[in-house]
Design a protein around this ligand. Structure first.
Ligand code: NAD
Length: 266
């Protein structure tokens, strides 16, 4: 493990442009359960998974019923979104923000909707599946900051008069085009990709490392609690198995030592 951490730190100091791809696993140490890990929401509650697959269609069919579910008036999903908004970053998020500050990480592409990378200080974050901190109009594309909603006035309406939805990509819903383009651009630009805390089974996000690999000589380092299809299929060059909240700060520590040594040698 120590050798892999040292190698990842060396890769970062030598890379031309590095990006991080993150998933629910990086936020579990902030108290937010993931979906498919051993204690994941869906691993323990199959009904919640079935509901998640219907949510986008529910919005299209009946926006008021969608908002009643999202506000926790019916079902338990409202609590989860509230918890996401109140969560605080952990050492893994801070480590990625530190890498950006050191000039060694160009962007974070995240599947997470919790906004914790920005709370930790990362400034270039592509939120592939959106954010619970915003609402979006599917018709005109306007986005709005989330504010507490009154139960009497559901669904919230856009300036154009259409019902607003959370700016979150539900299953079977297309990724907003602007976001998909930015993510692809970043993935194809990098020569080093750190993939942190994702099961890498949700598409099209999980295609980004594969596209990057086909496009150029990118090195892919996975940091995850367990192996993923990227590990098994050899898309990633190595897996550092463990918790992102422990491993990422150790990589940053090594990077700092390497940078200090280089400065002394100049
Ligand atoms: P996932 O649940 O499918 O997979 C999470 C992976 O992270 C698993 O392989 C798990 O073993 C690993 N993991 C868990 N804790 C870890 C830790 N501390 N360190 C390292 N690895 C850890 O999540 P996913 O791949 O992101 O995809 C599922 C979808 O879940 C995404 O679309 C995302 O929007 C949504 N989601 C987001 C949040 C959030 O915003 N925090 C929470 C739950 C789900």
């Amino acid at each position: 493990m120590e050798r892999l951490i040292e190698q990842a730190a060396t890769d970062l100091t030598k890379s031309r442009y590095a990006v991080a791809l993150t998933g629910a696993g990086i936020s579990t140490e902030s108290g937010i359960p993931d979906f498919r890990g051993p204690k994941g929401i869906w691993t323990t509650d199959r009904e919640a998974e079935a509901k998640a697959y219907q949510r986008y269609e529910l919005f299209l069919r009946d926006p008021k019923a969608y908002w009643e579910e999202m506000q926790g008036i019916s079902g338990r999903h409202g609590e989860f979104y509230q918890r996401l908004r109140e969560a605080q970053p952990n050492a893994g998020h801070y480590a990625l923000a530190e890498l950006e500050e050191l000039g060694l990480l160009g962007a974070v592409l995240t599947q997470n909707i919790d906004g914790l990378h920005q709370k930790a200080g990362s400034s270039k974050v592509v939120e592939y599946h959106g954010s619970v901190h915003r609402l979006r109009c599917l018709s005109c594309g306007r986005r709005f900051v989330f504010k507490e909603l009154s139960e009497e006035n559901l669904p919230p309406l856009c300036k154009c008069g259409r019902a607003l939805k959370y700016d979150v990509v539900h299953f079977k819903e297309p990724i907003p085009f602007d976001v998909m383009l930015r993510a692809q651009e970043e993935a194809l630009k990098c020569d080093l990709m750190l993939i942190c805390g994702t099961s890498a089974v949700v598409y099209p996000f999980a295609a980004l490392p594969r596209q990057a690999k086909l496009h150029s000589a990118v090195k892919i380092v996975e940091i995850n609690a367990e192996p993923t299809p990227l590990t098994a299929e050899g898309v990633s060059d190595c897996l550092i198995q463990g918790r992102t909240g422990e491993i990422l700060p150790r990589i940053v520590e090594q990077v700092r030592q390497m940078l200090a040594k280089n400065t002394r040698n100049c």
